[in-house]
Design a binder for this molecule. Structure first.
Ligand code: FES
Ligand SMILES: [Fe+2]
Length: 384
């Protein structure tokens, strides 16, 4: 029986994962179930990297905000009067109440406990009855800012003040997906799911095509892209890995369904005949196909619980079409079916791994990125 050892982070436990793909073992089973392992991932990964947190369109106007709890940290993302998007800890500087809930628009952030009031830039602008408090100054008690940077309309937050800028984190990815014009795309639909699985299981699933013939046998398996010959891993210069799948038509439609035309800027490029799908480490999947793009945003919630957000992106002009809703429905149908199929597979895998009888397995040549991703995670979890 495999149970969680006391010396969890001893590299000896991971020697099998560190071997080359076809000699390697999968991660120890407890890497998907252990509270201590999860806590270490939060400290060494999620508190250090640039974490994807949605699109600028979610806060289109000044005062628009949304809240999220990312890896245990409640936060607010908000667009200021100056048009700038900022992130703050969603925790009052008086006695710590959560400030905002859900999403909406506000003129100021007023604490629901004792009415301390913060401006949209996070400054404390009102604190009733604090005049007698020795040395109290509003300017010392603004909301705690969290680093937020954007790329092509995507919002990323980083909890580490020492981390290099987002552009450096993304590296060559920016140029690689430039032909798609992601910055000119619009988030047409956003759908949330709660999964009963470790975040790594869903990430691993997103970056291997081995399961397509089984899990998606009646949906996307009908594409040539499911064949290993038309799907390969490309070079990556940044904190991501990326595949290109060659196929006819749009990866975002089921066979026989009609869709939108080719993204104009792809005309004549290799990208007009397939799908480029990066995984931005540790957990953001992006798929850019010939007529649209979509993303999978993960919020880790514990060793066996993960929030998934599916975002649908179309070129801005498509949304102005009279038939937009009708045509977009074909895409939503495909995404909803396959997302459900992947969630069922990942939740089922978590249940299997929760068994005291579960043990590490071996990789197929069809799972190179599962091995790459797991080793990227170990480099951080075991490193300094
Ligand atoms: S906790 Fe926010 S005003 Fe008191
Ligand atoms: Fe899948």
């Amino acid at each position: 029986m495999t149970s969680e050892p006391a010396n969890l982070f001893d590299p000896a436990h991971f020697a099998g994962v560190r071997k080359p793909l076809l000699e390697a073992e999968t991660l120890p089973v407890w890497a998907y179930t252990s509270e201590a392992f999860y806590k270490r991932e939060v400290e060494r990964i999620f508190m250090k990297v640039w974490n994807f947190l949605g699109r600028g369109e979610q806060v289109a106007a000044p005062g628009d905000f949304f809240t999220a709890t990312f890896a245990g940290v409640p936060l607010i993302v908000l667009r200021g009067e100056d048009g700038k998007v900022r992130a703050f800890a969603n925790t009052c500087r008086h006695r710590g109440s959560e400030l905002l809930e859900g999403k909406g628009n506000c003129k100021a952030i007023i604490c629901p406990y004792h009415s301390w009031t913060y401006g949209l830039d996070g400054r404390l602008v009102g604190a009733p009855e604090m005049g007698q408090t020795a040395g109290f100054r509003n300017e010392d008690h603004g909301l705690l800012p969290i680093r937020l940077e954007t790329w092509a309309g995507f919002l990323f937050v980083c909890f580490d003040p020492q981390a290099a800028p987002l552009s450096q984190y993304l590296g060559g990815l920016v140029e690689k997906v430039a032909p798609y014009g992601l910055g000119d795309m619009v988030l047409a639909r956003r759908r949330e799911y709660t999964m009963e699985c470790n975040w790594k299981l869903f990430v691993e699933n997103a970056k291997e095509s081995y399961h397509i013939a089984t899990v998606h046998k009646s949906t996307i398996n009908k594409y040539a892209s499911a064949r290993s010959s038309g799907y390969w891993v490309e070079e990556a210069k940044g904190e991501y890995c990326v595949t290109f799948a060659k196929h006819e038509g749009s990866m975002a439609l089921l066979q026989g369904d009609s869709g939108f035309p080719l993204i104009e800027s792809l005309e004549g490029l290799r990208e007009a005949g397939g799908t480029c799908a990066p995984l931005i480490y540790p957990s953001t999947y992006l798929a850019c196909t010939i007529d649209c793009a979509w993303y999978l945003e993960l919020h880790p919630m514990g060793p066996n619980r993960t929030k998934l957000i599916h975002g649908s992106l179309f070129p801005r002009e498509r949304l102005a079409r009279e038939d937009f809703a009708e045509v977009a429905a074909h895409y939503y149908k495909r995404w909803d079916i396959t997302t459900d199929e992947d969630i069922v597979a990942s939740d089922r895998q978590q249940r299997g791994l929760t068994s005291p009888l579960a043990m590490p397995g071996r990789f197929s040549h069809r799972e190179p990125l599962v091995h790459t991703i797991d080793n990227w995670i170990l480099d951080r979890v075991l490193g300094d």
